[in-house]
Write a protein that binds this ligand. Structure first.
Ligand code: MN
Length: 749
């Protein structure tokens, strides 16, 4: 019986550790809560929720080994401290996984904590349940949005949940990490942006970048650390003369330099194709004034005039979101000025109230405004969501694309003939405007006047435009209209109208066909299917519609058949199969080429008939995944392929794990984008000589364009693997006159 003692001791040691972890997490939450006054009743409920959840999760552990309860406690803390939610949300957050993951029933939560909290927990359970089914994320997004309309707190708690899971994602498998990142950047980051939760949004995008492109993330982080000292010195030089003038005003204020997020710097590097050193706005300077609401505006403009007296402003960079806040409630005054050494610096001026709303968004509004006022901040947007949700969509992806177009971006302010202001996303057209007023107005719109001048239907709106819409009863939307609008509402309404029209045509086609069959004494049912297959249509309604549109002549087609005992019989013995349609992508490279090189789900890839995707041209050593296409086998993509997010989000169930086997002795084609200073015709020769002779690498394609003393070239190369490719990049970067060398994602055709 000697063995009992040590194992018992082990158990207690573990229990002891568990308790310490749980206590620490709970204390952390209480410390956060303690920073704000809270009613005794609320405190009691937090305690009860903790005990309730603790009991429910008692035997569960997180993947990292910690007791499970630490997760909901941390989610609750994030809700309170980082999102600014109140006690109800804190209690719901502590309980958020109980119904989903433990034997606890919703009725138990209801009995203990009342209907309000039970409803939120129910919303969270339903949202969570979704991620376990293999349904396209677009369906999930739809669900997320309808939840949003019920009670915004459900989504906000869900975001806190997601944030904590992302912060602790290291223990997850790589495949799972990529999927979570794809979903986050597809759904939660845009939603956080739209709700004005800027802090959350930038942490989401940073963490996604860390998962998707760890090398780039590390590189930028490292460079930010290296340049910290210089940056601080610059910021101090910039701020000092400002302080000298603002201090005597006697307004309490804070002024500081604020670094931009890693992902926004990464974005600049990628979209502007510049090096880290050339990204000038690595930070913004923020001035936060502590003034009462009624003095906010005048104080902000006073400070603005001081800033622009000290540092010369760039006039077109003034952005005034104080007079007209963004539709997510963001208020601030931005200007860009020329600082020491001619460097551009963005300065943000705002009050403390505006600052809190800018950082925490939605929840902060509750604090500063009564619910009535706050509703108006989001109402317009919520109306739009309701609208899009109520429009029937063919498939969820169509819906999602309609909706997503409305999440990001700036806005334009335009006016109706009566002088009412309308807010539309930047890039919206006069046709979008018509649909934003009323569906009927959009569908029957024939002509538009902007500021009294006739303009085309696709004319983009500018701030201050006054728009008049002329209608005609007989006007009908066409397919082309879809290209003239950007808002989800307009797009979904046009689609609905087109579908209605198609239905009419199909009904007509069906009548024609059935009449003709009847005239020939033919039974409708099986003969329709026979005709459908023989003409290569997938569904009956496709066939009906084609007949309705006059694309198919029924009489003529019937003549090509024999009729035997009430049935159509194909005259020709062999009817060619209609060619399968390639839906998802173009065929990839030759399958045989790298046949042994890849393991798919741990097995030799050959049996999957895989090929390398053309969109990102993976080479040996790249991080990759496999995607099962609809009709042409399995395609191998790079994990950072521009299409990866789309594929994972919408077709996650078709993603397979893929890795390179060590046996590869093959070569791959990769493409480099090379930029530099044009030193005359010699540059092509110098480059190609260096690559083929000095580096001994074969060139498969070469194109180069000069522009005002600079050039940009695309060179296709045959390489052995990623390491080889990196060596080539390093070597080319050393050449004089070359400013940047990087791998392209989309090869020129
Ligand atoms: Mn959770």
């Amino acid at each position: 019986m000697q063995s009992v003692a040590p194992s018992h001791a082990l158990v207690t040691a573990r229990e002891e550790l568990d308790h310490r972890l749980i206590r620490a997490a709970y204390r952390r939450l209480l410390r956060a809560l303690g920073k704000h006054p809270m009613a005794a009743e609320d405190k009691k409920q937090v305690r009860e929720a903790f005990e309730f959840a603790m009991k429910a999760h008692s035997s569960q552990r997180r993947k990292s080994g910690e007791p499970y309860i630490t997760h909901p406690l941390e989610v609750a803390r994030i809700c309170f401290e980082e999102i600014g939610l109140g006690p109800t949300a804190v209690v719901a957050a502590i309980l958020h996984d109980t119904v989903e993951d433990t034997p606890v029933e919703l009725a138990d939560v209801h009995a203990h904590f009342g209907p309000k909290i039970a409803k939120i927990v129910d919303g969270l359970t339903k949202l969570d349940g979704l991620y376990n089914v293999e349904s396209p994320q677009a369906e999930n997004f739809k669900k997320v949005l309808s939840t949003l309309l019920d009670d915004v707190r459900v989504i906000l708690i869900k975001m806190a949940d997601r944030l904590h899971n992302l912060r602790t994602i290291d223990v997850m498998s790589r495949t799972k990490q990529l999927k979570i990142a794809a979903e986050t950047s597809y759904i939660y980051a845009p939603l956080a942006h739209r709700l004005g939760l800027y802090n959350l949004k930038s942490e989401f995008t940073d963490l996604c970048l860390k998962i998707n492109e760890p090398e780039l993330y590390e590189e930028i982080g490292e460079k930010l650390r290296q340049t910290q000292k210089d940056r601080n010195k610059f910021i101090n030089d910039f701020i000092r003369p400002l302080k000298n003038v603002i201090d005597p005003l006697g307004i309490p204020y804070k002024i500081y330099g604020r670094p931009k997020s890693v992902s926004s710097i990464a974005n600049k590097i990628k979209t502007k194709r510049v090096a880290f050193e050339e990204v000038y706005d690595l930070f913004a300077v923020r001035i936060v004034l502590d003034v009462p609401v009624e003095k906010e505006k005048s104080a902000c403009w006073l400070v603005y005039s001081i800033v622009t007296d000290v540092h010369r402003p760039i006039p077109e960079r003034l952005k005034d979101w104080i007079t007209t806040p963004k539709s997510n409630g963001y208020e601030s005054l931005h200007t860009t000025v020329i600082g020491p050494g001619g460097r551009y610096v963005e300065v943000q001026i705002r009050s403390r109230r505006m600052d809190e709303i800018a950082e925490k968004g939605f929840a902060a509004h509750w604090k500063y405004k009564d619910i009535g006022t706050m509703q108006t901040v989001y109402d317009h947007w919520f109306d739009n969501i309701r609208d899009v949700l109520e429009t029937p969509h063919n498939d969820a992806i169509e819906f999602l694309n309609d909706f997503k177009s409305n999440l990001y971006g700036e806005e334009v302010y335009v006016y109706t003939p009566k002088g009412e202001m309308r807010v539309l996303p930047k890039g919206a057209t006069v046709l979008d405007f018509a649909f934003s007023i009323h569906t009927e107005l959009g569908c029957h719109a024939t002509a538009f006047k902007v500021n009294n001048k006739l303009v085309p239907m696709g004319q983009q709106l500018a701030n201050g435009d006054q728009v008049v819409v002329h209608v005609n009863r007989n006007q009908k939307p066409t397919e082309d209209w879809l290209k003239l609008v950007v808002t989800g509402k307009a797009r979904s309404r046009i689609r609905a109208a087109l579908k209605e029209e198609q239905k009419k045509l199909a009904d007509m086609g069906r009548e024609i066909l059935e009449r003709k069959l009847k005239n020939n004494k033919l039974e409708a049912d099986e003969n329709v299917d026979l005709l459908m297959r023989s003409l290569g249509y997938k569904t009956r309604s496709d066939l009906y519609q084609a007949i309705g549109e006059g694309k198919v002549d029924v009489a003529q087609n019937l003549r090509e058949f024999d009729i035997e005992r009430g049935r159509l019989v194909e005259r020709r013995a062999e009817q060619p199969e209609p060619a399968p349609r390639e839906i998802l992508s173009k065929p990839g490279q030759d399958t045989a080429r790298a046949a042994e090189g890849i393991l798919i789900n741990g097995e030799p890839g050959r049996q999957y008939h895989y090929s390398l995707a053309n969109c990102c041209s993976p080479v040996h050593g790249d991080e990759i995944f496999a995607y099962v296409t609809a009709s042409s086998g399995v395609r191998i993509h790079r994990a950072n392929c521009p299409n990866a997010e789309h594929l994972m989000v919408n077709h996650g169930y078709r993603i397979l794990k893929a890795e390179w086997s060590d046996l590869v002795s093959d070569t791959f084609t990769a493409e480099l984008l090379i930029q530099g200073i044009d030193s005359g015709p010699g540059v092509i020769e110098r480059l190609s000589h260096h690559i083929s002779t000095k580096l001994g690498v074969n060139i498969t394609s070469f194109s180069i364009h000069g522009h005002q003393g600079t050039f940009e070239g695309r060179i296709g190369l045959v390489v052995n693997n990623k390491a080889h490719l990196n060596l080539i990049i390093k070597a080319l970067e050393q050449l004089s006159g070359i400013s940047a060398v990087q791998r392209t994602d989309t090869p020129a055709v």
